[in-house]
Design a protein around this ligand. Structure first.
Ligand SMILES: [Ca+2]
Ligand SMILES: [Ca+2]
Length: 244
């Protein structure tokens, strides 16, 4: 029953009672007024939490795809050294070899003689020598870097004349324009040999070195015996020198 209905019933009962009293006591005149019903009250406060329910059944959702593998972790510390292996069996005794020193000496002398003969043949056929320095040409033309590598491959170096005699010997071997082992790659107009030492002997052609185009850092021996600075990338004959 609502509050309004309750109030209305209370009024009716009270009014009925008032009529009864008025009939029983005519001498008195009670006045009982019935006021209008009151407004609804505010909602009550929240009650206490109920008891915890039972655990539900597992969900039926679709399981997600497996993610990509993670990054490789850092290398672990090195392990401890393993235990020492067992000692192997003792090997057989080697055979004792007797050396005949006089025989070895004679074989060495024979080899020296053979090398000397080969050198003479090569010098006669291909090379020029000044003192203990030999000059040999491969008769091939290539860039400065390749020529330098070719001479090194045979334990030699690019021909570098130290005097007029050596300059003439290189000319006799080359018989064409040939690279010399001289450059001013490091500092312009400071011509050095391939060990970096400034050359004392030079035989420049008239007006040379002129570093045409700012790109002439290598040197060729011309057929006249004079020198000209030229680009290192150009191809000229290779002449190597060897110590005797
Ligand atoms: Ca130059
Ligand atoms: Ca030049």
């Amino acid at each position: 029953m609502s509050l309004f209905s309750s109030s209305l019933l209370l009024c009716l009962v009270t009014a009925s009672y008032a009529e009864t009293v008025t009939e029983a006591s005519p001498s008195t005149c009670p006045v009982i007024a019935c006021s209008s019903p009151g407004l609804n009250g505010l909602p009550g406060r929240d009650g206490h939490d109920g008891a915890k329910g039972e655990k539900g059944e597992p969900g039926q959702g679709i399981r997600g795809l497996q993610g990509p593998p993670g990054k490789v972790g850092p290398a672990g510390p090195p392990g401890l050294p393993g235990s020492k292996g067992a000692v192997g069996q003792k090997g057989d005794c080697g055979e004792k070899v007797e050396y005949d020193s006089s025989q070895i000496d004679s074989e060495i002398e024979a080899l020296k003689s053979e090398v000397g003969r080969l050198r003479n043949w090569l010098t006669f056929a291909l090379a020029e020598h000044v003192g203990k320095k030999y000059f040999i040409s491969s008769r091939k033309k290539m860039s400065f870097d390749r020529a330098k590598a070719l001479c090194s491959q045979f334990q030699g170096s690019m021909a570098t004349p130290r005097n007029e005699k050596e300059n003439k010997a290189i000319l006799n071997v080359a018989r064409d324009d040939a690279f010399l082992g001289i450059t001013d790659m490091e500092w312009e107009d400071n011509f050095v040999d391939l060990t970096g030492n400034k050359v004392d002997y030079t035989n420049w052609n008239g007006g040379e070195p002129n570093n045409v185009g700012g790109a002439e850092d290598c040197v060729v021996l011309l057929s006249s015996g004079k020198w000209n600075d030229i680009p290192c990338s150009d191809s000229f004959l290779v002449v190597c020198e060897f110590s005797g």
